[in-house]
Design a protein around this ligand. Sequence first.
Ligand code: MN3
Length: 231
Amino acid sequence: MMTRREMMTAGALLAMPALAPAQNQASGFTLPRLPYAFDALEPYIDAQTMQIHHDKHHQAYVDNLNKAVGADPALARLSVEELLQRLDTVPAAIRTQVRNQGGGHANHSLYWQILCPASKSGKPSGDLAAALERSFGGQDKFEEKLQAASLGVFGSGWAWLSVDQGKNLVLDSAPNQDSPLLVGKRPLLGIDVWEHAYYLKYQNRRADYLKAILQVINWEFVSAKYHEAMG
Ligand code: MN3
């Protein structure tokens, strides 16, 4: 995987015909590495689901986003978060692709990070714990509401815990790959309820997947995201 800087270097090298591996011409967005092994979330999320979800589904969002913005250097320089935050300035011809594929890239990049092995899941800390108490009546009540929001998604989508522009915690859901960034919110935690996130192990039992995923939330990471969003 190459950084942007390495790609620019590789781009410069392309002028020299003897070098020039064709695959290095692809630029822009890249699939982030999973921060743990595919089987690290077993038995709650199975290794095969993680591998297909990361290597195939997320890769496809990255590839399709690159196809959509690749021809526009000004757009390709932006982060995916910036693209989503200013979607109304993206050319109309590719706006839907950026919304869907860019949303898919941003959402999954966060999703891998908000998960971790059950032994490291922990609890919401400091400021986030207090905010969950104020907004939802504590972690347990929050998790009940998160499950209800996730179950309530009709078809494919996500449930989201975000910080809104007034710095309030908000829990809601969105269809497809629509990111909270589209409406000025900062996502802290997203639960993917597309069937590809759970079907191999849980089939139609979305509620069982939701119960399981709560065992592998990386609360240290989510707490840090909260701190960052409030800062
Ligand atoms: Mn997914």
